[in-house]
Design a protein around this ligand. Structure first.
Ligand code: PLP
Length: 324
């Protein structure tokens, strides 16, 4: 966790970043924390092939593909694209996924909505070939994957104790919500380890009601499956700020990219346009409305996503070319 002095001055709060973008190079980002537990289960169950899914530039799919290669598991990625008949050329995350030998199955947005069917079909294909398949849900966001961020909350408690001069001042942990597993794990971990902080999430797709439901379910399942000695009140404990999905999932607006550019120039910290960039834009906008709403300190979880930046070349070039 790092303190960012110049951005803190701009924002009027003490601004810290938890550098989960530095969990590795190829395995960078939040997904590896969840995969640590999910892939251990796959290995324990003697799987030969792991299947997972995501968007065209899924960070989760890339991390799964690379971790699978390290574990000598086959990997099949079910990726959503507007027209599967003319699939996109590999770039960024999909390039890395293909490079490590993952099989990529492109599906339409409609098929993706019923991905349970696609998972069944693809898994059956491997079973027929005599292999043992293991299905990892979108984002590894389930009760098992939640352990990644339960552990991260424990780590954050240590970070906070060693970095904060005045532990009594109020703290808000800010995190992006894409499939909900990171938020769910953090909330569970915060309760289990009595973290002295609010957890506020910004959703980058769907809406608040959807994620209260999704996150609430992951928490409930983890609590019952692992007999965790805590309770989660869905409406009170799950804090989501909606309103920053912008142009839609994985669609950026110049004002969001400018905000990302400002942080890059001031601090040399690079966010991604799909997740952390939108959350940071949301945070900055909210602080402009009410500078005190998050208390004295903000801990921003940088969940990674750098490779996704490279599919925004066009927009970024327009932003960078003139007037500089
Ligand atoms: C997947 C992802 C998120 C969202 O995490 P979830 O657990 O899916 O909610 C945030 N940031 C980045 C960079 C991601 O790849």
């Amino acid at each position: 966790m790092e303190f960012l002095r110049r951005i803190s001055q701009d924002l009027g709060v003490r601004f810290y970043v938890k550098r989960d973008d530095l969990t590795g190079i190829e395995l960078s980002g939040n997904k590896i924390r969840k995969l640590e537990f999910v892939l251990a289960d796959a290995v324990k169950k003697r799987a030969d092939v792991v299947l997972t899914c995501g968007g065209e530039q899924s960070n989760h799919a890339r991390a799964t593909a690379i971790a699978a290669a390290r574990l000598n598991l086959k990997c099949c990625l079910i990726l959503r694209t507007s027209n599967p008949d003319t699939p996109p050329t590999f770039e960024g995350n999909s390039l890395l996924g293909a490079l490590v030998g993952s099989e990529i199955v492109w599906v339409s947005p409609e098929e993706y909505r019923n991905r349970g069917v696609v998972f069944k079909r693809e898994a059956a294909r491997f079973t027929k070939a005599g292999l043992s398949p293991y299905v990892i849900p979108e984002g590894a966001s389930d009760a098992l994957g939640a352990w990644g961020y339960i552990r991260a909350a424990e780590e954050l408690k240590d970070d906070m104790e060693s970095l904060f001069e005045d532990p009594d001042k109020s703290t808000t942990i800010v995190v992006t919500i894409g499939s909900g597993g990171t938020y769910a794990g953090l909330l569970l971990g915060a309760k289990l380890h009595s973290l002295n902080a609010r957890i506020v999430g910004f959703n980058v797709c769907d809406d608040r009601a959807h994620f209260i439901n999704v996150i609430g379910n992951i928490c409930d399942q983890a609590i019952s499956k692992y007999e965790l000695p805590i309770q989660i009140d869905h409406d009170r404990d799950i804090e989501i700020i909606d309103g920053y999905v912008g142009g839609g999932y994985a669609r950026s607006q110049p004002k969001e990219l400018k905000c990302l550019q400002n942080l890059a120039q001031k601090e040399g910290i690079i966010l991604d346009p799909v997740y952390t960039g939108k959350t940071f834009y949301g945070l900055v906008s909210e602080l402009k409305k009410d500078p005190h709403q998050f208390g004295n300190r903000v801990v921003f979880i940088h969940t990674g996503g750098l490779f996704g930046l490279f599919s925004f070349q066009g927009m970024l070039n327009t932003l960078l070319a003139p007037s500089f």
